[in-house]
Design a protein around this ligand. Structure first.
Ligand SMILES: *[C@@H]1O[C@H](CO)[C@@H](O)[C@H](O)[C@H]1NC(C)=O
Ligand SMILES: *[C@@H]1O[C@H](CO)[C@@H](O)[C@H](O)[C@H]1NC(C)=O
Ligand SMILES: *[C@@H]1O[C@H](CO)[C@@H](O)[C@H](O)[C@H]1NC(C)=O
Ligand SMILES: *[C@@H]1O[C@H](CO)[C@@H](O)[C@H](O)[C@H]1NC(C)=O
Ligand SMILES: *[C@@H]1O[C@H](CO)[C@@H](O)[C@H](O)[C@H]1NC(C)=O
Ligand SMILES: *[C@@H]1O[C@H](CO)[C@@H](O)[C@H](O)[C@H]1NC(C)=O
Ligand SMILES: *[C@@H]1O[C@H](CO)[C@@H](O)[C@H](O)[C@H]1NC(C)=O
Ligand SMILES: *[C@@H]1O[C@H](CO)[C@@H](O)[C@H](O)[C@H]1NC(C)=O
Ligand SMILES: *[C@@H]1O[C@H](CO)[C@@H](O)[C@H](O)[C@H]1NC(C)=O
Ligand SMILES: *[C@@H]1O[C@H](CO)[C@@H](O)[C@H](O)[C@H]1NC(C)=O
Ligand SMILES: *[C@@H]1O[C@H](CO)[C@@H](O)[C@H](O)[C@H]1NC(C)=O
Ligand SMILES: *[C@@H]1O[C@H](CO)[C@@H](O)[C@H](O)[C@H]1NC(C)=O
Length: 816
């Protein structure tokens, strides 16, 4: 019967397809619908790869993947989403799939292997909204309690746990054209919480120009801008009341900035239909950071709050009331405070002998200049700027601009710029006049008060600190200009060189009279300046002066350091200029590092690149041991001594041998070859060891001989300055790491796991194919007889019916 045969063919196809689907990983939906606001949370993006979290307190790693099994096996199985690894053991903390529930907060609940007698491991991952946690973040491990070793908690701050925000315009312009912007008050991870009445049972959750943030366990989210949380006396769940939606922009009412949120829950009072909130912002020039709303009063339908902040002040008012001699870097929020420099008159001279008297953030106490003068030319009693305490900020540091000095040749008033530049540790420094123009004066003041962050200048094994200059800049020449350069620090102050303060590279034109003009900054040292790219150490300075060809861009510069084995610290050389960027190269021994060497009998050492080879027998024209005097004992040293000297020890004292060669190191940074000896004679419960550093010194032959550096219990250390230890050639640092054994072993596990999962797929494919062939053969056999065919059809119907039934029970997986 063709009808029956068609049915069976379709049934087989169906079986194969369902077999295919069910043999894949168990189906699980990586998302959930929230219980009241009907938002769909989709966590798929967080589950793109395995994430490993190191738990320092327990010394263990937890690898997890939210919505699928781990890509690697755990405890020999592919079924786990969470795996704990500790000292070579693996424990399945959580099997896939988890239970994903949303009770105002989305939470993943994993169950794993048996933990203690009756309990299995559980892992609870609470998803918390943070609109700023945009990229794939990692969950945060909550330290385990002592009494519960079976449960692990994580909190995962992520934007994927946020509902869609409702926002309102947070800027407004008043009738005098002052612009106000409160958007920096908007919270993206935690609401502002205001305690009402001081009893702790009533709190208002508030956000600014943005709906409230969904916090753990709270129903305060959705479209409300203010949400009241009411705790009752008993321990029942709190109630949440919407006190107004984000539905109005920032406005000005009676001269005050104001935000209103209206159309909250119904109000029982007959005079108004719904609950609402009003927040009034009051100008307070001192309130610059971490300001919060304060509860004022309420009626049955309305709550009022006030918020004191400098953001509600107009610019003119702010300027007049600016905190004296303080300024905040808008990018890092670091506040510079130069108050300690105030209240004393200081004098400084130009190179031509003119003396100036000045006071920081205030007027001079004792001067012949007019009252209120900040900088006075004492010879002519001319004010070159009136004092003010309005410290300002620019890239490179804080500065003062003293304006309105005496009238100058050009008909304008004299002014003085005093720039503060990060200086030596603990120094208050003193002013240096770097430029004296006809009508203006530029003063640089190097002080540690102007240091914001400690620039480290160290990255992995590379340490550029020895290159930092403290008394004189490096100078390179190119493009008919001079480049004044320092490393990881602003350039050393140089009279006459007036680059933007704080610059690490200053380009200047030198006139025929030897004056500097047209000073431009090629960048500033920043926190993250030193980089390593493959073989090279690179130092980048950015945010210099505007680029002449493209004023939208800023000039920048970079230095590429390359190893010069037998050079010294070296100096920068200009390479090229293109696209607003200056490149320099710098050949130096600082970046060569230390290479492992080997001992080649009879008496040669060689570094692992085989570039440097030193014949140490040159140290011994005649094979006699060198005698070195210690305190009350003599050491005899014979590097090439072999078996004949002191039982094979290179260093010997009496009958004690101080060991045979164990390590050879070529320390290119210090131009030294280090020989380490171990396994010497017995010394109480240890053995004697020793080391000898051969230090390159071009001016010394071999005559000085070794010197005792350290004579410790069971250990002796010697140093020998000699030209024999100086590197002989200039090798190129290349492929030093390509045959590094560490890097090869590191890649192996990754390949293995890839191969493993390939194997799993292959196995599955073979099994499926066999299954398919069997089914087709049986079906074909049955279909030849119509009665058998109907019988088979009946059986298939029964099976598919029961499968549909079980699907209904699993519907939580398709909850949305
Ligand atoms: C969840 O997000 C992923 C990736 O962003 C997307 O492929 C998937 O379709 C989304 N699921 C739903 C139900 O929207
Ligand atoms: C944890 O993982 C890191 C990086 O994969 C690894 O270096 C470390 O040895 C691991 N620690 C343990 C205890 O497995
Ligand atoms: C939701 O959470 C509250 C407390 O956080 C709890 O009392 C309540 O039982 C939970 N509801 C469900 C359905 O789990
Ligand atoms: C608890 O762990 C045991 C042993 O690993 C396992 O057989 C059992 O299925 C687990 N129980 C649950 C509820 O996962
Ligand atoms: C916000 O309102 C101001 C005027 O009050 C207007 O100039 C500005 O364009 C608005 N911004 C947006 C994003 O709508
Ligand atoms: C809550 O406790 C206070 C004092 O402890 C009591 O006056 C008040 O009646 C209680 N309210 C409720 C709803 O039980
Ligand atoms: C709340 O305070 C404001 C300002 O002090 C006042 O205008 C208003 O009448 C007060 N409202 C109530 C109900 O007390
Ligand atoms: C203020 O609000 C609380 C709780 O929302 C309410 O019990 C109280 O009656 C309100 N005060 C006034 C004056 O309506
Ligand atoms: C700035 O604000 C102050 C005080 O709030 C006010 O007296 C002054 O008139 C305002 N100035 C301008 C230009 O708006
Ligand atoms: C300092 O003030 C003078 C005179 O008002 C002005 O020309 C100059 O641009 C100001 N400089 C800076 C850096 O603010
Ligand atoms: C210095 O800069 C001025 C304008 O900024 C320019 O006209 C002049 O040519 C520059 N001088 C030199 C020597 O580059
Ligand atoms: C550093 O400078 C190099 C050379 O110009 C450039 O390729 C690289 O992108 C820069 N790196 C940073 C972080 O600016």
């Amino acid at each position: 019967m063709p009808e029956c045969q068609l049915y069976i063919s379709l049934a087989i196809l169906f079986t194969i397809l369902t077999q295919f689907v069910s043999s894949q990983k168990p189906s699980f939906t990586c998302g959930v619908k929230d219980s009241i606001h009907l938002h769909k949370f989709n966590f798929t993006e967080l589950s793109s790869s395995d994430i490993t979290i190191y738990d320092q307190s327990e010394g263990e790693n937890i690898t997890l993947r939210l919505c699928s099994p781990l890509s690697q096996t755990c405890a020999g199985s592919h079924d786990y989403s969470i795996c704990l690894r500790k000292q070579g053991t693996e424990v399945g903390l959580g099997k896939f799939p988890p239970l994903l529930v949303n009770n105002h907060t989305s939470m993943f609940n994993f169950t794993g292997d048996l933990c203690s007698n009756s309990r299995n491991y559980t892992v609870l991952i609470v998803m918390k909204c943070d609109y700023t946690a945009i990229d794939t973040t990692s969950p945060q491990l909550i330290p385990k309690g002592k009494d519960d070793q079976c449960t692990t908690y994580f909190i995962w701050n992520t934007k994927w746990a946020c509902n869609e925000a409702v926002k309102a315009n947070c800027t407004v312009v008043d009738d005098r054209n002052n612009l106000y912007d409160l958007s920096s008050l908007t919270a993206y991870k935690n609401n502002y919480v205001v305690d009402i009445g001081g009893k702790g049972n009533l709190t208002m959750n508030i956000n600014v120009c943005h709906s409230v943030i969904h916090e753990s366990g709270s129903e305060c989210y959705g479209t409300a801008g203010a949400c009241l949380e009411v705790h009752s006396n008993d321990s029942s769940n709190p109630k949440y009341i919407n006190y107004g939606e984000v539905n109005h922009p920032l406005t000005i009412n009676n001269g005050n900035l104001e935000i209103v949120y209206t159309s909250g829950h119904l109000c029982k009072d007959e005079t108004e239909d719904s609950l609402w909130t009003i927040i009034t912002f009051i100008c307070d020039p001192e309130a610059t950071e971490h300001t919060v709303p304060e509860y004022k009063n309420n009626t049955s339908c309305k709550y009022e709050f006030v918020w004191k902040t400098s953001l509600a002040c107009n610019k003119t008012y702010l300027k007049q009331n600016a905190a004296k001699c303080k300024v905040t870097n808008p990018r890092t929020k670091f506040t510079y405070n130069l108050e300690v420099l105030m209240n004393s008159d200081v004098t400084t001279n130009t190179s031509d002998g003119t003396q100036y008297k000045l006071q920081i953030c205030g007027s001079l106490r004792d001067s012949k200049c007019p009252k209120g003068t900040g900088v006075c030319n004492t010879k002519d009693s001319i004010s070159v700027g009136m004092a003010n305490g309005n410290l300002m900020w620019q890239h490179g540091g804080p500065y003062l601009n003293y304006t309105n000095g005496a009238i100058c040749e050009n008909g304008q008033n004299h002014y003085t710029l005093i720039a503060f530049v990060c200086g030596a540790e603990g120094s208050t420094g003193s002013p240096i006049i770097v430029k004296k123009n006809t009508c203006s004066l530029i003063i640089h003041w190097y002080t540690s008060l102007a240091c914001e962050n400690k620039l480290t200048c160290v990255e992995k094994q590379t340490n550029l600190l020895p290159l930092i200059q403290t008394s004189k800049n490096y100078v390179a020449k190119g493009m008919d200009t001079e480049f004044h350069i320092n490393i990881c620090r602003p350039i050393v102050p140089t009279p006459g060189l007036a680059c933007p303060p704080g610059s690490a590279v200053c380009q200047a034109v030198r006139t025929s009279e030897g004056q500097y003009t047209n000073e431009t900054s090629l960048g500033f040292p920043d926190e993250k300046t030193v980089l390593l790219d493959n073989q090279n150490v690179i130092l980048n300075y950015t945010q210099g002066s505007p680029c002449p060809e493209n004023p939208q861009k800023n000039l920048s510069s970079s230095f590429k350091f390359s190893c010069n084995y037998n050079g010294d610290h070296g100096s920068p050389e200009f390479e090229n200029y293109s696209n607003c960027h200056f490149s320099f190269i710098w050949k130096t021994n600082i970046v060569c590092g230390t290479l492992i060497g080997v001992w080649v009998p009879p008496c040669v050492v060689q570094d692992e690149t085989h570039v440097n080879k030193v014949d140490l027998s040159l140290l011994y024209p005649k094979p006699v041991p060198r005698i070195v005097a210690g305190t009350g004992k003599n050491y005899s040293i014979s590097i090439c001594g072999g078996k004949d000297h002191c039982n094979g020890s290179a260093v010997c004292q009496g009958t004690n041998g101080y060991g045979t060669i164990t390590n050879v190191m070529f320390d290119y940074d210090n131009k030294a070859i280090k020989l380490l000896y171990g396994n010497g004679s017995k010394c109480s419960n240890k053995v004697y060891t020793s080391e000898l550093s051969l230090i390159c010194n071009d001016s010394v032959g071999i005559d000085n001989g070794p010197k005792l550096l350290l004579d410790a219990n069971c250990m002796a250390s010697f140093e020998w300055h000699t030209k024999i230890a100086c590197p002989s050639e200039v090798p190129v640092l290349k492929s030093g790491t390509s045959n590094d054994p560490v890097s090869t072993t590191e890649t192996t596990p990754a390949r293995e796991s890839l191969w493993e999962s390939d194997a799993a797929i292959q196995t599955w494919a073979i099994v499926s194919a066999l299954f398919l062939v069997t089914v087709v053969l049986i079906a074909w056999f049955y279909m030849r007889n119509p009665r058998w065919c109907f019988d088979l059809r009946y059986r298939i119907s029964a099976i598919t019916a029961s499968r549909n039934h079980s699907r209904v029970q699993y519907s939580r997986e398709e909850a949305w």
